[in-house]
Structure formats: C-alpha cells, structure tokens
Design a protein around this ligand. Sequence first.
Ligand code: ATP
Length: 201
Amino acid sequence: MFVVGLTGGIGSGKTAASDYLAAKGITVVDADVASRIVVTPGQPALEAIRQHFGDTVIAADGGLDRRALREIVFADPAQRQALEAITHPAINHEIRRQIAASASAYTLLVSPLLLETRQHELADRVLLIDAPEALQVARATARDGVSLKQVEAIIAAQMPREQKRARADDVLLNDGLLGHLHRDLDILHARYLALAATSSA
Ligand code: ATP
C-alpha cells in the first residue's frame, strides 16, 4: 500500500486538500480520528491511562476526562511524556489498521503531527500544505472563532514552517484561491497514482 502523509500547520488547508482527494476516491486516514478512537472505553490505551494517572482522569461515563488529563500533563512535561508513551504507539497501531483496510489506489494519512511524531515512518511520501502565517491566522480565527492570541500560540508550538518544508517531499503553497490548490493537487494526484502503480508492480 502506497501511503502519502499530508501535514501542515493550523489553518494551512489540510482538510481542504484531503477533502478534494477524498472526492476522487482516495481513502483518507485521519490521525486526529485515530487518536480519539484509542481512548474510547474498552480500548487498552484508556486502561493504561487509568492505571498510570488514576481514576480522576476517567469521566462518569467511563470515557476519558480530557480536561482533567490536560491539566495534569500541561503542568508536568514528564507526565506528558508518560501519556505520549501510552498513546502514540496505540495511535500508530490504529492508523496502520486503517491503512491496511484501505482499498484505494493510494492512501492519504492526514496528520498535523506527522513530522513531530513517528507517524511519518508510515508514509512513503510527505506532502506539506504550506501557508503564510498571516493566512493561517486569518483562516483559523474565521473558522473556529478562536482568538488571534490562541492561534499564534498554537503556531509557536508547532514545528516551524521552514523545518517542515525541508523535510517534505512535496510542498503546496496554499496562498491563493481554492481552485489553485485543486489544480496543484490534480498534478500531484496523477504523480501519486503513478508512484503507487510502480510500487505495487
Ligand atoms: P487545522 O489544522 O486547524 O484543522 P487545516 O490545515 O485542516 O486546519 P482547513 O480547515 O483546510 O485547514 O482550512 C482552514 C480554513 O481556511 C477553512 O475554513 C477552509 O475552508 C479555509 N481555506 C483553506 N484554504 C483556502 C483557500 N485557498 N482559500 C480560501 N479559504 C481557504
């Protein structure tokens, strides 16, 4: 299975890009979705979290009390590492399961943390959706109703654009009309179909 990892900062246009390729029949595996699945009741990662952090991080309905957990890991980097040591392998396992179940010509793995985690190891190729910070801020604030300060804090915590650009195989600058993004994606889609066909031959 040929896997294209798609990443980009907040408001860069990852969803706009993956929606377009999904409409062409490409299976999209979403790392954010996988990260929520692994902490649903009955999942081993949730039990491991309960064992490490205690019952205070379990909500009344048996699910994860995200707010309680966030407070613990926000205040303590060691606890954050402990949490990631539990969740990251579980998320990768879930992503691999979904990739294995994909029947499309290639599979798109969409993740804001593709390069920051080991998720990029699951991808044969990395596509970065890149946008100037001013546009990231404008799009994210308009979409989510979050403050300028919040978006700037998130951008500051993410891997810098330049580092991401250096590590990506393909970079699409999403600074124009959506139609331009789609035309650029048409070209890459054709390339990915060809690469997938060669890799499975
Ligand atoms: P996040 O990481 O925050 O989920 P994202 O990278 O998935 O963000 P999108 O949700 O695709 O980003 O885009 C952010 C917002 O900007 C959306 O409302 C989207 O419709 C809009 N947008 C994206 N690209 C363009 C564009 N080229 N022109 C106009 N609007 C755009």
